[in-house]
Design a protein around this ligand. Structure first.
Ligand SMILES: [Zn+2]
Length: 411
């Protein structure tokens, strides 16, 4: 996306100021004359910031303001090691609520709505970010958090939730439970902001139909405020992101070269207004593209496509790199296949073997489905895998993110 004059002006001033007030950037830009940042080309020479850089700054090394100006911190889960801590100033907290409110409006939420918030509260930025947006909009928050499906459904029926925020996996868990209990006619949900993981067309259709909601895809990451960075409108063709708050680039994940609009690569964000922890050229590891042209909804905000996967989700089987998102796209074209699948990768006599487990729609013949899926996989990915078909509801479900690849190989 071509950088606007206003964006460039904000970034230039921010970069110049940061070197003076942030130890993190002082070190990052050592030996670089950031004061002479005169063009977009100069900007593209600035080094990227990686998740490792943020981990190295643990606990408070990212702070670009004195501690008395920090009013809150959030943190990533740290499942892969040291957590990343993001400090927020009062203005950051307000901006976070503003962008989340915009997302809720794009999803059709109004003051009349009761919003069932299932993302986690606490250090995680999801629940609290959602809630701040709901309250700013003037709707009613039901801050239930994740888990305890019995209570979720009871409150949903008794209080009458009309909108929901959830991960795709948890939305599917709730949809299946509602069907199982035969309580669909007691559920008043009409719209949902569904996010934080890759979700294929089939899963999306199931959530939409089985929960009876408009499906709005929500994107965000704690490093950049939290949820609310981008959302899909009612036309469901990519997600609008707020270019008055972020500058987005798509890069080749291997070479780091900036790619033209329309090409798929790694999403890189630069924040335009963050005070507590501004990020310049932060590599998200999410694979997407900038969608050229205008959205039919008439919004002036540009769009990124549905997240295809993460650069680090790629699994190498028989020397071929495969993203779970590609398998999702393949299944979308096969009517016998339902939404859920996983790949179990192992090594047998020194060779990679992969078993693709897929749930198939009721009534479909498992043997037929296995043959079709085996052929399709070979055609799309170029390698043979074994396929096993299962009825809907067999594969494990998750309240967070569903694990699509089980890699049992020892290296
Ligand atoms: Zn739109």
């Amino acid at each position: 996306m071509r950088m606007s004059e206003l964006q460039f002006d904000l970034i230039r001033r921010e970069v110049a100021a940061l070197q003076g007030k942030s130890a993190f950037y002082k070190k990052k830009y050592e030996g670089i004359d950031v004061g002479s940042l005169l063009s977009r080309e100069d900007f593209e020479k600035l080094p990227f910031i990686s998740k490792e850089d943020l981990r190295d700054a643990y606990p408070m090394g990212l702070a670009a303001v004195p501690q008395e100006q920090i009013v809150r911190i959030h943190s990533t889960s740290g499942t892969t090691g040291i957590p990343v801590v993001i400090p927020y100033t009062a203005k950051d907290v307000e901006d976070f609520a503003i962008i989340m409110e915009r997302c809720l409006r794009y999803a059709g939420v109004t003051k009349e709505d009761i919003v069932h918030i299932t993302p986690g509260y606490g250090l995680n930025s999801s629940g609290i970010g959602f809630q701040a947006g709901v309250e700013r909009l003037g709707a009613m928050a039901l801050p239930i958090g994740p888990g305890n499906t019995d209570k979720q459904l009871k409150m949903m029926m008794d209080v009458g939730s009309t909108a929901i925020g959830a991960t795709a996996s948890y939305a599917l868990v709730l949809a299946e439970e509602i069907a199982k209990r035969g309580i669909r006619d007691k559920i008043k949900l009409r719209t949902g902001l569904i996010g934080s993981e890759r979700c294929g067309q089939k899963m999306r259709e199931r959530i939409r139909n089985e929960l009876g909601i408009e499906y709005h895809e929500l994107y965000g990451l704690t490093e950049i405020y939290g949820p609310g960075v981008a959302v899909s409108c009612k036309h469901d063709c990519g997600m609008h992101y707020w270019d008055d708050y972020f500058y987005a680039e798509i890069i080749d994940p291997v070479t780091g070269k900036v790619l033209p609009d329309g090409e798929t690569g790694e999403l890189v964000f630069t924040t335009l207004h963050k005070e507590g922890a501004p990020l310049i050229r932060y590599r998200t590891h999410d694979l997407t593209r900038i969608i050229p042209g205008d959205c039919p909804c008439g919004s002036r905000y540009p769009r990124i496509d549905t997240i295809l996967g993460r650069t680090d989700d790629m699994v190498k089987i028989k020397g071929v790199g495969i993203f779970p998102g590609q398998v999702d796209c393949m299944l979308a074209e096969i009517p016998l296949a339902s939404s859920e699948f996983r790949m179990v990768v192992d090594r047998d006599a020194g060779k990679d073997v992969c078993l693709l487990e897929v749930e198939i729609v009721p009534g479909a013949d498992p043997e037929d489905a296995e043959t079709i899926l085996r052929r399709a996989f070979k055609q799309k990915m170029g390698i043979y895998v074994e396929v096993k078909a299962f009825p809907v509801g067999t594969l494990p479900r998750s309240e967070g993110k569903t694990k699509r690849v089980i890699d049992k190989r020892e290296y």
